[in-house]
Design a protein around this ligand. Sequence first.
Ligand code: FES
Length: 167
Amino acid sequence: MSNEMNRRDFLGWSFGAVAAVGAGASLVAMKQSWDPLPSVLSAGFTKVDLTTAEPGNPSLVTWRGKPIFVLRKTKEMEESDRDIVANGERYIVVIGLCTHLGCIPAWKKDVWKCACHGGEFDSNGTQTFGPPPRPLDIPPFSISGTTLTLGEEGPEYQKILADSATA
Ligand code: FES
């Protein structure tokens, strides 16, 4: 009788262990199928080498399908709380979509001009004329040396957000 019980116990434990391993493997497989693919994750970030930006002439990069203006400021351009400082140079990085209705402004004589309804933004991305209700938006970024990573919220980005919230 005692031997019979031990055998039953052993079989019970064995089936339980097999079932637990199977359940664990199923959960791991399910999680892997839910997680975004590495290619999808990396597509959310865009690296920009700031040293290639020409002073006073914004370059255009694309991040998550949006135009991003990267302006290396000239010495004559006014400083701003929105500036990103890297290697002693000042940069403005903004999403190139007008904050009125989303047209793409064009850079003309140190001003971004929106052809749709005449809105204008200065070299800080601040609205100075027309219907835009707020400055050009700043994309989330982090900075390491002179490499800007769009899509990653670094302390410099958090500071600009905090400063604009209190302004
Ligand atoms: Fe730019 Fe209207 S969309 S001013």
